[in-house]
Design a protein around this ligand. Structure first.
Ligand code: PLP
Length: 379
């Protein structure tokens, strides 16, 4: 097989995301021993960059877990929910549902609180559910990739704690693209991954762990081995992974986090994401018949969901628009498949998504929106 057979499409999906040339090149840097001091050269910029980008409080600790965002979420459930405790999984879409699936699959007493697609978590409804179920742990999604909704984790984590539970947050598709305000939110654990706004290949889950979670995990039994956050944190103390890591990804990650912290700058990175969100909103508002799908005030800085006029079906998005954009050199995102099916079955319009995160630039986005606009007019 020739390497030319793999298409080099510009990814405007919601992850994995575009990888810039320097980071592609970094994948070819030398392999190294993950228990050797060569590892330290990578781990120093990685952990420093993660801390800066997350705005991590000094009493929090970070780890990299082999796998992806779900692996970190699974470790959070295994390590922080005792077998006799109730975990309330609050969901505004497919990834809130994923936390529930993970909780059930690990034998936990899990209850689900579900909001309408496109809506953010309503705090009053959450309090009612907490009064009813008395959970010890509550999971929430920071940025729901399937609907483009960003929840306010600062007020929600406070509310969860005020109601005597521990907040666990999935931030897979926003970390690296916006200020997480972790020092104010102080979740017990914040789970994320490499392949979204960090603009790296998938391969690690990333966990940011607060002091109360470290203390609680000491008491929770049956945490497993690689899903035990205390074992993960113990190895991360010396900059290492608990199990053998992907050294190519560590090379890329070191170059990328050093670049973000010292060259691009964290604030500039967040500002670029806001600019790109505004560009996409302006584009959608200028389209005839298309509308922003997510609740106003809760629209994601890293991806946008666009509700289509009645004549544009999920099948058109997937079979026609996606293929026409592929011919133009782009990977278009025709919306979250299961959700579009559900919406159409209920007689509602389908939506598509535009990923605008990671190392994408406003110039790249402008070019994409121009071409997408032409194709939307052709439909
Ligand atoms: C919000 C959110 N949570 C969790 C996941 C699952 O992460 P992973 O695919 O890295 O396991 C995703 C993946 O798209 C996501 O967007």
């Amino acid at each position: 097989m020739s390497i030319d057979e793999f298409a080099d499409l510009k990814l405007f999906i919601t992850g994995p995301t575009y990888i810039r040339p320097e980071i592609r090149k970094a994948a070819a840097l030398p392999e190294f021993g993950h228990r050797d001091r060569e590892n330290d050269k990578r781990s120093a910029p990685i952990f420093s960059g993660l801390k800066a980008l997350a705005g991590l409080p000094d009493d929090y600790r970070s780890f990299l877990i082999n796998g992806s965002g779900s692996t970190c979420m699974e470790a959070s459930i295994r390590s922080l929910v005792a077998d006799d405790e109730v975990v309330l999984n609050v969901t505004v879409g497919a990834f809130g549902d994923l936390y529930h699936t993970i909780s059930l699959a690990n034998g936990k007493l899990a209850v689900k609180l579900e909001f309408e697609p496109g809506s953010a978590i309503d705090p009053d409804v959450l309090v009612e559910a907490m009064d009813k179920h008395h959970p010890s742990v509550v999971t929430i999604t920071h940025n729901e990739t399937s609907t483009g909704v960003t929840n306010d984790i600062v007020s929600l984590c406070k509310l969860i704690r005020d109601n005597n539970a521990m907040p666990l947050v999935d931030g897979v598709s926003i970390f690296g693209g916006a200020d997480l305000r972790l020092a104010e939110a102080r979740p017990a654990i914040y789970c994320t991954a490499t392949q979204k706004s960090l603009a790296l290949p998938a391969g690690f889950g990333i966990g940011f762990v607060g002091p109360d979670a470290m203390e609680k995990a000491e008491r929770v039994t049956n945490k497993g081995h690689s899903s035990d956050i205390l074992k993960q944190l113990a190895k991360a103390e010396s900059g290492q992974c608990l199990t053998t890591p992907n050294t190519a990804l560590l090379n890329q990650m070191a170059i990328q986090l050093d670049h973000i912290e010292h060259t691009e700058g964290v604030e500039a990175r967040f500002a670029r994401h806001e600019t790109m969100r505004d560009m996409v909103h302006g584009f959608v508002n200028g389209l005839d018949g298309f509308e922003l799908f997510a609740q106003e005030g809760y629209r994601s800085p890293t991806l946008t969901t666009v509700r289509c006029p009645k004549g544009v079906t999920a099948a058109t998005l997937k079979n026609v628009l996606k293929e026409r954009m592929r011919e133009r050199g782009y990977l278009f995102d025709p919306g979250y498949g299961k959700l579009n099916t559900r919406l159409e079955e209920a007689g509602r319009a389908a939506f598509f998504r535009i990923g605008h995160m990671g190392d994408m630039t406003p110039a790249m986005l402008e070019e994409y929106l121009g071409e997408l606009g032409e194709e939307l007019e052709r439909l």
